[in-house]
Design a protein around this ligand. Sequence first.
Ligand code: SF4
Length: 248
Amino acid sequence: MTSEPEEPVLSAEPDRTEVLRLLGMHRRRGAPGEVLRRLDELWGEGVSSLRPRVWEVEVPIREVGRTGVTVGDGVFLRSRRLARALGEAVRARVFVVTVGHGPDRLIQRWTTQGRVADAFFLDAFASAAVESLVERYYRSTAELAAGQGLGVTLRFSPGYCDWPVQDQRSLFSLFRDEDLGVSLTESCFMTPRKSVSGVFGLAPAQPGRVGPPPAYNPCADCGKHDCTARRAATATPDPPAPLEGAGP
Ligand code: SF4
């Protein structure tokens, strides 16, 4: 088992459209001019507040069962859908990423100063930033894996889908004594809040088939139509939006 932070870190600067989407302005033809102007004014301060970090550990998959999957030295992860996603994988990649305490502190300070709208903007900015970071990490891992004839499964996070958020403790235990810059509250939310943890599998190409197996997407046949974490019904590894402090 290996574990080490990635250096140099990936960029966490978010896409402006994603920030606007999180601000609820994605359905409009264009966001109001004053919103765009204020966002531009705050952008540099938002970027300066980010301290992106990635920790990862790769563990063997011991057993894939009906109700979950056992990885590492016997850590059981309670999700049927994760177990199914990891069915063809040979190893599991476990990760924790964060943009650090900077955004949380700035949001707190601005709220205290009465800059509530600015704090609201920064909250959306930082949520988009951590999602950008995890997506860049995931895609760079997928590229490296492809060079070795491996594919990645979709990524899953505690607190999403059928995976209880309490399993954050199991996931964090896989880092053993690693000096993670992210900790868990009693209710298993992460501190800093703008952090994402999760798991995805590395699966080999199948004999007689070019490339890795298509990623299992549990959303394709799920009847929970109001789920905000629903993924597009394609075989492309396309992860859900983050649940603040609980996962991606
Ligand atoms: S839509 Fe997808 S993420 Fe949501 S509950 Fe169903 S399978 Fe899980």
